[in-house]
Design a protein around this ligand. Sequence first.
Ligand code: KIV
Ligand code: ZN
Length: 518
Amino acid sequence: MVTSDVLIFDTTLRDGEQAPGNSLSPEEKLRLARQLDALGVDILEAGFPAASEGDYRSVHEIAAEVRRPVVAALARCHERDIELAGEALNGAARSRLHVFISTSDLHMREKLRLTRDEVLELTRQSVRRARRYTDDVEFSAEDASRTDPDFLCRVVEAAVAEGAGTINLPDTVGYAMPHEYAGMFRDVRARVPGADRVILSAHCHDDLGLAVANSLAAIEAGARQVECTVNGIGERAGNAALEEIVMAGQVRGAALGFRCNIESREIYRTSQLLSYLTGVFPQPNKAVVGKNAFAHEAGIHQHGMLQNGLTYEIIRPEMVGIPRSTLVLGKHSGRHALERRFRELGYDLSEAQLLRVYAEFTSLADRKREILDEDLLALLHESFHDAPEEYQLTHLRVVCGSVSPTAEVRMAGPWSGERTARGTGDGPIAAAFTAISEILGRQLEVLSLSLRSLTPGRDSVGQVFLQAKIDGRSLSGHGASTDIVEASARALVHALNKALHADRLESSSLNAVYLWGV
Ligand code: KIV
Ligand code: ZN
């Protein structure tokens, strides 16, 4: 089988972030964009600038900072959308403007209320307009897999004639079967004049659990770009998972015959960073990045693994960068040992970061006998704060059990000295939250809270992720500690710091317009 190169178009920050519970602040997006760069994605779709001021800012900041991948921005076939996307991309080393319009009869009639001819005309005008900003224009025929094939060919022909260099044929609602999806690519390639000069792209959703299978089928039928997201996050059931496509290509190279530029050892780190930032972890049995993806429980499997890892493992954990520790860290370990371990895990810490993580490490080591890699990663993510830490929790004391739960909280903040308050609640966490809200005088509502125990054992570090509504705005926060009440209070303080940061940014903002909705 001939080996071909396939471009990886990552849309974690656009299609992925659009899904409920996955929203990220512009700072968090920038952090993830840096990691996607390290992962080696070819095209990084940074957002949809017309959707919100935050998206506009993210695209702009990512375009200015991330230099290796092509940075893409999405726009509907509307003049103002294209203008905003073009402006947001200004400053990119390599930019792509991605315009889309629905082409299925159902979408044109019910959603757009446009005729076929009108959609054809908008396609032409929009690709032409997008070309004023960049030579690299991608056109997507939304709901392509449910579009009449003859009309699809006419729309693609129009986009190619106007200079779109990439044509994306999405399975927007995850409806296609692999043989049908592959057939559509073959059809377009055979029937559209000029289709051999452009890159055809696959974009699949997972409503029937076929997003990866469909993407691989499209590659076999000639697609040279696949659009995917880390951990498969995205609208509804999600998008095709980047890590599954990449590892299928690596492990089954002979059967699939494609190559891509992804540095697979960065996969786990990218997956973890995304999970920490959104607070949404992949299900334990998720292929490649799930907690159990490399765990062997059954005795017969363990016996086989001890004889030869290949018996039950088709991917070695190291191939996707899953850390394996040999060095035991505890309270007698020094800064050098910690720095070395982080380097082994792939993180080069600055002096300031190391100092800070070390301080937290020693305090954790006082409470926990053995510090595992997972603990270290939790500490690291904790101390990579995306918003300045203006609010700090300096003291927490809770009384609970047979008495009604009360908490005493002390905090430092943008005021002189420290403030203390007491709160009560149904439980110790609620009591701590009441005290924090009392200190800040802000409207707080905790929408969801989840706890993850990172390591086994009674002294495990607990990580709390929460979504809170702060003065009407939804924000996520996370916090780690061996004490879950403290971890919860830290998570709330993290969300409050983000809210304060967002307030400050908004009051000095560029006053962009919100244009969401067709
Ligand atoms: O699923 C889809 O059709 C999309 C397009 C906007 C590319 O996300
Ligand atoms: Zn999509």
